[in-house]
Write a protein that binds this ligand. Structure first.
Ligand SMILES: *Cc1c(COP(=O)(O)O)cnc(C)c1O
Length: 406
């Protein structure tokens, strides 16, 4: 069997095997086809790529370091652990890579009104940031419940000049915010671009966002070859929609010796409604424009999900991940809330780096795997974001535990 996991995918209709595609109402077909045509033109355009490189470097802070975590490596006593420091980017996470790519595309298409949806607010902040930078109008849809939970990010977006619209339908969280953003897009499509934040939704979003995020893996590949004179043995990344993970993995897919582990949110354990690990108890379905793995009941109703980390708390996963899992090119595991919080504390104390709770899921998996590896081996963990946003939540949780055990 060839290991080639398809850097040539998706096909022209956006399919990764049986996954992906474009499941949208007729009214959205036109904007998606227009976006697809413009995106692939831009991708071939050297001037567009130069502009993107320029802003990623001068505004966002690329390249990010590939940092050897010396004390963590010593403590774990197995492979050498490197951290890809996406947490050092402007706005504190990898999401700005994609937001920057898409706003340059919007500018090229002559669209000066930007919309987006956000759950925890991280993608909303990245989008509001690039919109402010280019002087574009910006509207962010956010579930009313999420607005309350993430009040600080709502303030950030407003300071950056964005209008934040609380969505009061259904569960009043991310899923409803996506529906509202799609409705806006249909109505205002002529002058509006919809910046989707992960490798999800209808074609061309999954392929486009992957290509904007692959810079993580392209850099990491160069850096590890320079530092270690060889390829890594294992890559680890957390998987919400899957953009930071595919961004790291993609440039290594053809390197058969490089193993890959995607880590989903195990929440309070693998019981209905208690987690967001789509590959544990999920099944094939269609949600918000694409076919992939999702958490649904026997009637096809989308299940409730839970994770300590808002950025991983979504019922479906990007279609390319479902395909890579079927091909057994990438392994998918999960970390529970407790494991992620423990990893969060551990990295802070051993390395002086406070990671995002999302990234802490990847670290939890590293803490489990690395001690069983050989000291000559090399692991790269994608540190997708910084944890300032999570400090209050972790503090409250730890206080509660101390109270309980005291
Ligand atoms: C949003 C977010 C994630 C999850 O999104 P992916 O598309 O799966 O990468 C992970 N880490 C951080 C820091 C985030 O903000």
């Amino acid at each position: 069997m060839t290991v080639v996991a398809g850097p040539d995918l998706p096909d022209t209709q956006g399919h990764f095997g049986v996954y992906g595609g474009r499941f949208v109402p007729e009214t959205l077909m036109h904007p998606l086809l227009e976006l697809e045509a413009e995106y692939f033109k831009a991708q071939q355009d050297a001037e567009f790529q130069q502009q993107l490189d320029y802003y990623l470097r001068e505004f966002c802070g690329r390249p990010t370091p590939l940092y050897l975590a010396e004390r963590l490596t010593r403590e774990l006593g197995g492979a050498r652990v490197y951290l890809k420091r996406e947490d050092l980017l402007h706005t504190g996470a990898h999401k700005i890579n994609n937001a920057m790519g898409q706003i340059l595309l919007a500018r090229r298409m002559g669209k000066r009104r930007i919309i987006a949806e956000t759950g925890a607010g991280q993608h909303g902040v990245a989008t509001a940031t690039v919109a402010a930078m280019f002087g574009f109008e910006c509207v962010i849809y956010m579930g009313a419940v999420d607005c309350e939970r993430q009040a600080l990010n709502v303030y950030r977006m407003k300071m950056l000049g964005a209008e934040v619209v609380p969505v009061r339908a259904g569960q009043q969280t991310l899923k409803e915010a996506v529906n509202e953003a799609m409705r806006d897009w249909v109505t205002n499509v002529r002058g509006t671009h919809y910046i989707l934040g992960t490798v999800y939704g209808a074609h061309p979003y999954p392929v486009m966002v992957r290509n904007f995020q692959r810079i993580i893996g392209d850099e990491a590949r160069r850096q590890v070859l320079e530092l270690e004179k060889r390829l890594p043995d294992l890559l680890i990344a957390c998987v919400g929609g899957g953009s930071n993970a595919i961004g790291l993995f993609y440039p290594f897919l053809d390197d058969a010796s490089v193993k890959m582990l995607g880590v989903e949110a195990g929440g309070e354990g693998i019981l209905p409604g208690k987690h967001a690990a789509r590959f544990q108890g999920g099944s094939l379905g269609v949600l918000q424009g694409t076919r992939s793995y999702l958490l649904q009941d026997e009637h096809g109703q989308v299940q409730l999900t839970h994770s300590v980390s808002a950025g991983l708390d979504y019922a479906a996963v990007g279609p390319e991940h479902a395909w890579l899992r079927d091909r057994q090119r990438v392994e998918y595991g999960y970390a529970t809330d407790d494991q992620a919080v423990a990893a969060f504390m551990r990295l802070a104390k051993t390395e002086g780096i406070i990671p995002a709770l999302e990234s802490a899921h990847a670290l939890a998996a590293a803490i489990e795997r690395v001690p069983c590896m050989h000291p000559d081996q090399v692991v790269i963990v994608n540190l997708s974001g910084r944890g300032d946003k999570d400090v209050a939540q972790v503090a409250a949780r730890v206080a509660l535990e101390t109270h309980r055990s005291g």
